[in-house]
Write a protein that binds this ligand. Structure first.
Ligand code: NDP
Ligand code: 8X3
Length: 253
């Protein structure tokens, strides 16, 4: 018996995890709505799948645009039974006292507000149909503090708690919620965005580290979404074998 979702809606599908997740489901036979700000990348992805993938430009920070898109999907893509809230970013790695407030706004608006807009727009249909699944991309940065993680980690702590709270609200509806919380993952645009295109810094971060890949994340999302409907994976925390926690720091006089 296949428990594959019939229609998947992915935010931030123009690169990285989102593109890999969209591909994983389309290859399995799901219809997939792929959204992000860069329509050209989404269209190129859709061309690989002959009508199974629907590209739509969407900035998740634009509340009206999120509502409008969710309400006006073509009939064959309208009954979304898996929402993957993946769009997100980190900006900078400096200390809070030197932070750029526009970058803090961008992280909060995308990682928290965009995620709740998409969830609010697509949940009623799932509840009405008595089935559905919301999978949110959190991060280990929600749990393990690190210097410069300030607002980014806090937005992911929001994603973690919102996911758990959603489960309580959805009690008895048949709708599932999962939070996927990866550690270091390479081969995506994440660090290029974080370090404003400083490729040398990106390269040195991942050098020799054997980080997770976008395909690893897509696999964990696909696994969570294709389990029998009585099973809810609440949280998955995953790291590359090369990554682990370090001790607390002590500043000495
Ligand atoms: P990428 O930078 O490769 O991809 C991010 C995606 O988000 C892009 O498709 C981008 O598309 C989209 N996006 C950014 N801002 C917006 C916006 N305002 N509206 C719509 N889409 C937007 O990053 P990753 O794939 O690595 O990361 C994906 C998610 O996973 C993020 O939430 C990230 O925080 C999280 N994560 C990443 C880890 C890593 O190490 N890489 C580890 C743990 C979690 P576009 O620019 O076209 O809009
Ligand atoms: C991305 C992982 O460790 O760079 O969420 O914060 S980390």
């Amino acid at each position: 018996m296949s428990y594959l979702p019939s229609t998947v809606f992915v935010t931030g599908a123009s690169a990285g995890f989102g593109a890999a997740i969209a591909r994983r489901f389309a290859e399995s036979g799901s219809r997939v709505v792929v959204t992000a700000r860069r329509l050209d990348k989404l269209s190129a992805l859709a061309e690989e799948f002959n009508g199974l993938v629907l590209p739509r430009e969407l900035d998740v920070r634009d509340r009206e645009a999120v509502v409008d898109l969710a309400a006006n999907l073509p009939a064959e893509f309208a009954d979304v039974d898996l929402l993957v809230n993946n769009a997100g970013l980190a900006k900078g790695l400096g200390p809070a006292q030197e932070a750029n407030l526009d970058e803090w706004d961008q992280m909060v608006d995308t990682n928290c507000k965009g995620l709740i807009y998409a969830t609010r727009a697509l949940l009623p249909g799932m509840v009405e149909r008595g089935r559905g699944h919301v999978i949110n991309l959190g991060s280990i940065a929600a749990t393990y503090p690190y210097p410069g993680g300030n607002v980014y980690g806090a937005t992911k702590a929001f994603v973690h708690q919102f996911s758990l709270n959603l489960r309580s609200d959805l009690h008895g509806t048949g709708v599932r919620v999962t939070c996927i919380e990866p550690g270091m993952c390479g081969g995506t645009e994440f660090s290029t965005v974080r370090f404003d295109g400083d490729q040398a810094r990106v390269d040195s971060l991942y050098a020799g580290a054997d980080p997770l890949t976008a395909a690893d994340i897509a696999e964990s999302v696909h696994w969570s979404a294709t389990l029998p409907p009585h099973m809810n994976i609440n949280t998955i925390e995953l790291m590359p074998v090369s990554q682990s926690s370090a001790a607390l720091q002590i500043h000495r006089r």
